[in-house]
Ligand binder design. Structure first.
Ligand code: FAD
Length: 462
């Protein structure tokens, strides 16, 4: 099958005005770290065929990525090792470059491959975008970007920051028939590499700055594309059928826990959406899940792509900033430092349990994430510091951290993003409020706390 007819070119855009040249095609893999169901890889295959030149994959490892810790690198490296093997079986080598990608990628492309075209995947976050700007300038050939993460390419879904889920939903639904399409099988043809690149020694690539606490659960997520597929299969078989009604109950096991696989691009959201849509689950469950996976997730990319201040209070809606400012001097009943939050040392057993889940497993149930962030607002000296603390802790411990979904989720909880004004109250102003008795109406809080207490943070000496 010819890859040319397989990739809708609206998924791609050029990041410079330079031409394709005779030379190797390099896929600079970044956000979408998989060999299957990957439109950026498919487009690179297409280029390789078109130019009649070999294809190779390069992954750049920046010194320290937004506070990522060993837990993240471990999950990522194990997934990438699996991807490397899968690509090698196809005849596509994968090479890792360490250092500033803005320098290492163009140097490698020019000196080692004589690149004819470079293809990369898409992220709306500032740091990868700044790398791409520099790479686009330094390369002598075309740099293409392919949105392999979203179902509808983010730049096509909308060209402005959307107001809320209700404003982006009709746009995404209108484009879904064109983009929520099956992946080609067999995937694509390309020119195998004639160059023999040495295998990557993943265990020697380290350099993470901090020590993680020991993991606390026997049922931690296994990294990689295959483990992600297995988790998806289990969820469709066991959790999905309760999704519409029971997803807000952290004890129910009715959420997918796919976010780390989606964050590292070990699974494609489009593939997950197609698998769920084609499952025998009741329509209400399929639709409720696709609302989160498709609409909410792509709304988060839309926000970060169109608002450079996605992780600062000053980037939040005017009404929210002004109501929070009006309540900046309100007395806080409890005040905690970032360390007290980090070590789950608040007066609230439910909050401490949620923090314990995050620290010991790298995950926190989605409903509790909202409660967790709103209480950080309530118990911090200012909304600005609350925003910072929530981001630091989420990015440090959540396996799916440093993601547009995280910045957006925190902005929603603390600063009214994609939400509306509610009744005015102390500290929160008109930001939507949540409390523990609301949680108790939704689920068995005592049971949840007991489960997390068993994981414990005490006495582990980190
Ligand atoms: C304060 C706060 C912080 C958050 N931090 C992150 C984060 O760092 N990374 C992250 O991926 N998500 C984050 N979320 C969004 C959401 O809570 C998680 O995506 C979800 O809980 C992941 O669990 P799951 O895979 O079992 O979700 P499921 O309920 O099974 O949903 C399936 C998928 O849909 C997407 N999704 C679900 N809920 C949301 C949502 N509210 N917004 C956007 N996409 C969603 C995710 O990709 C998720 O994996 C955060 C939300 C809040 C309120």
């Amino acid at each position: 099958m010819d890859a040319h007819h397989q990739v809708d070119l609206r998924r791609t855009r050029r990041l410079n005005a330079k031409p394709d040249r005779p030379g190797t095609v390099v896929y600079w893999m970044s956000r979408d770290q998989r060999s299957m169901h990957n439109w950026a890889l498919l487009f690179a295959c297409m280029k390789s065929n078109e130019l009649g030149r070999p294809l190779e994959v390069v992954f750049t490892l920046a010194g320290s990525f937004l506070g990522a810790s060993r837990r993240h690198y471990d999950f990522m490296f194990k997934g990438l090792a699996e991807t490397e093997s899968a690509l090698r079986r196809l005849g596509i080598p994968l090479t890792v470059l360490t250092g500033d990608p803005g320098v290492t990628l163009p140097a490698y492309a020019i000196e080692q491959t004589g690149a004819g075209a470079v293809v990369t995947d898409f992220s709306p976050l500032r740091l990868p975008r700044s790398w791409k700007t520099r790479v686009a300038e330094a390369l002598p050939c075309a740099l293409y970007e392919v949105d392999a993460h979203n179902i509808v390419p983010a730049w096509l879904a909308s060209t402005k920051q959307e107001y809320a889920a209700r404003t982006i939903r009709p746009k995404l639904h209108a484009l879904a028939p064109a983009f929520l399409t099956p992946f080609p099988e067999p995937e694509a043809r390309f020119q195998p590499s004639a160059i023999d690149r040495p295998p990557v020694h993943w265990e020697q690539l380290g350099g993470w700055p901090r020590q993680d606490p020991p993991d606390g659960s026997s049922d931690l997520l296994l990294p990689g594309q295959q483990a992600g597929e297995e988790r998806l299969r289990q969820f469709i078989g066991q959790g999905l059928e309760g999704y519409a009604v029971r997803r807000n109950d952290p004890n129910s096991g009715c959420v997918s826990r796919l976010s780390p696989y989606l964050h590292f691009g070990q699974l494609s959201a489009q593939h997950v959406a197609l698998s769920v849509a084609g499952s025998p689950a009741a329509a209400e469950n399929r639709e409720a899940f696709i609302e989160e996976l498709f609409i909410r997730r792509e709304l988060a990319d839309n926000f970060c792509l169109n608002n450079d201040r996605y992780d600062h209070l000053d980037g939040m809606p005017e009404w929210a900033r002004s109501t929070l400012a009006n309540h900046g001097q309100d007395r806080r009943e409890h005040l905690y430092t970032v360390e007290q939050f980090e070590h789950a040392e608040t007066h609230d057993p439910l909050w401490n349990a949620a923090q314990t889940e995050l620290v010991r497993t790298g995950l926190m149930h989605g409903y509790l994430r909202m409660y967790w962030a709103k209480k950080i607002l309530e118990w911090s000296p200012s909304p600005t510091s609350a925003f910072e603390i929530a981001i630091v802790l989420n990015d440090r411990y959540a396996l799916d951290g440093r993601d547009p979904n995280g910045y957006t989720g925190i902005a929603w909880s603390i600063a009214g993003l994609h939400d509306r004004p509610w009744f005015e109250r102390p500290v929160y102003g008109k930001i939507r409020y949540m409390n523990a008795s609301g949680c108790a109406r939704k689920f068995d809080v005592v049971r949840y706390i007991r489960r997390m207490t068993d994981l414990g943070l005490a006495g582990i000496g980190w």
